[in-house]
Design a protein around this ligand. Sequence first.
Ligand code: SF4
Ligand code: SF4
Length: 124
Amino acid sequence: MARQLRKPLPCAQCNARCCRYMALKVATPQTEDDYEDMRWYLLHQGVRALVDPEGIWYLSFDNPCERIGKDGKCLQYENRPQICRDYPRKDDPCESTGTLFVHTFHTPEELDAWLRQEQATVSP
Ligand code: SF4
Ligand code: SF4
């Protein structure tokens, strides 16, 4: 079978979406205390909670990398950190597809609305 060539990324058009925030993996909230902490995180400007298709939770901070040029290109491309070189991994989608995360919460209210929905689907 012919090897499938990976589709080129539309980096020139997306204005470096993946370089405009950083996300840290966090423990999946399980208790009311965990959700209470999450609500507090979400009260801060530029903080989002993200959940990927595997159910892994992240806290994301909208703080653009200082090395994005005015044209959206990396100013230190040849010398960029390894995490930038590795992204996106293999055939994973990148930020430009809008499919990287299944949930994005910007506010405690968005989180609570989702929680109510979740509880309604598990309740008999
Ligand atoms: S989000 Fe995807 S398309 Fe956009 S700059 Fe990053 S890798 Fe390129
Ligand atoms: S170092 Fe370059 S590739 Fe990495 S996040 Fe910053 S602008 Fe993007």
